[in-house]
Every structure is written in structure tokens, then in C-alpha cells.
Design a protein around this ligand. Sequence first.
Ligand code: AKG
Ligand code: FE2
Length: 338
Amino acid sequence: MGSVDIALPLIDLSGYIRPDATEESRQRVIDEVRDACEQFGFFQATGHGVDLALQKGLLQSLDTFFGQSKEEKLKLSFLSNSCRRGYEASGMSIRDGDPLADSKEAFYIGPEDAEIEPPGLYGPNVWPTNLPGSTFRDPVWAYYEATFQLGRTIWEILLQGLGHPATVLDVFAKRPLVPMKMIRYPPASQHLPGQFGVGAHTDFGGVTVLLQEPGKEGLEVWHEEARPESTETTGSWVPVPAIENVYVINCGDMIQRWSTRRYKSARHRVVNKADVQRLSCATFWHGDLYATDPLNPGNGDTECIGQLLFKRFKNQFSFTKDVAEQLGPQAQAVEGAR
Ligand SMILES: O=C(O)CCC(=O)C(=O)O
Ligand SMILES: [Fe+2]
């Protein structure tokens, strides 16, 4: 189970992104990303094009928001929002099979639409009204837009790694579902024994663009390798460093499925071992609600992105008993819409 000698690949994306990128430098990035996603399903990225000032602005906004009283934060509870936007308190979600609920608290936004559209994935965001726009809404939205762009670029790269043109994106991402989850993990002393910040899971959909607060480790990725001269595999949890201006990128279940398992959707979890809070932010870049697999047309796979997402929400998350009791019949409705 040794993991110290394994590290996630570190890829400089500037060879693809910068305006003077050449055919050759772009291809090099495409090859490196393909190899990393085939081997790990995860990689670390520099040269990603998200301004450091935007990252710092986001983390500052999260520190301010989460630093408020629970009562203030619960005014924006995602439980009373039928589009799953807003605040999730610590201990609200538990994964099937886990003995304890996640310790994390979170705040969710997504693409800004005027009206909630059934089944509750497109709609308006909620924003704290007690914090000035320049303290929360503006920096969060500026950051969201930058990682929205990065997620799209990663999709382009992944598609080309499988020999598809980047224009495949136009087929399944005319109006992509891109939720963003801003997270705070409490200090270790506020955890119950054996409680995870986020229990082991795979991400549900497409590309995840993850910012970790610099110096705040805690993310671990499950990595399996074939054993030499054996049909068995051996696995270990690989700790991921949290380095300033370095993103963590990973593939979700939908990518694994559409790539016919070439790209991995790897299990991962978060354990905050330090006695200080840890902030992070995940932008999940999926695709259109009703889009189906554009890579293998005619294979009979007719489940659309919306269906795949709901299925995964249901398998991996449910409310804790307390929350479900408190909500009564509403819990069922919200569960269905997550
Ligand atoms: O906070 C992190 O480092 C990872 C969070 C995560 O895996 C998730 O929210 O899906
Ligand atoms: Fe995750």
C-alpha cells in the first residue's frame, strides 16, 4: 500500500493555451493530458490561464462568507432552493456506506439563468445580500467565468487526445451545465473520529477543475496499478500537494463512460489533518442537460447528461437522518432534484 513514491503528473498547459502555441506544442500537451487521464484520471496543471489574483480573490471571498454565523449562512440554504444553489451546512450529506456525514460545508452556484427550468438544473443563483457585491458576488463570478473557460479548454484537449476534433464540443455543450462548489473543511479538532471532509467518491460528470487553498493538503486520489507478473492490481491513496497557482484536474464518470473507459474516473477523498480550516473550489464542467454520448453515436446509449447526473446524485448522496426528519416530505423532493 505504499504511496509515497507515486505522484500525479504535473502538466504545463501553456503550450496549448498561449496565443503563439504551435501545432507541435499543442500536440505535446494533448499527449501528456491523455497519458495522465489514462493512467490516473487526474493531473496537476500550471500554465492554465486563470489569473492568480482571481484565485486569491475567490479564496478571500470564501473566507468571509464561511466566517459568518451558521444562522446567517442558512438564510441561503440550498435545501430551500429548487435549483440546488446556495449553502450546504456541515453534516448534511452522507454517502451510501459511510458511517458518518461529510464535515465539509459548501456554497453552490452555476450558470445564471433568469428562471428555474425543470428538472431544476438551470436557473438563477442566490447571493448573500448582507455582503457587498465587491466582497463576494463579483470576485466569485469573475473566478467562475475564468474556470468555465479552463474547463472548456480541458474538454477540447481530452477530445483531441482520443482522436476527435474539438468541434465535438459544439454538439454536446451549447448550453453546458457547469456547477461550481465552494468548500470549507473545518479544522481537524472539529471532526469526529473517522469523519471525512468528503468521503471517497468519484465525480459525477465531465471535467473537474479544482483549486485548493495553497499549503492546505488533504486531497487523496486512489490509484491502481497492475502488479508485474500477476493479473491482480495493487492500489494506494496518493496525497495531492496543494501548491499556489497549480490546479488539479480530473475526469468524472461521464467521461469514463463516453471514452469507453480509456480515461479514468478515479476515486478520491478529503481528510483535513491540520488544525486549521481548508478552503477549496471545484468547477464541474458537464455538458447540455439533454446531450447524449457524442463520441459513440449509434451504440444505443441514450441516457442524457441530466439523467446520468441525477442517477449519481442519488447513489452517492443522501441527507442525514436529522436533516431528512427536519425537512419531512420536502427532503424527498430535494433529493430528487439533486
Ligand atoms: O476539496 C477538494 O480538494 C476535493 C473536493 C471534491 O472532490 C469534490 O467536491 O468533489
Ligand atoms: Fe470530487
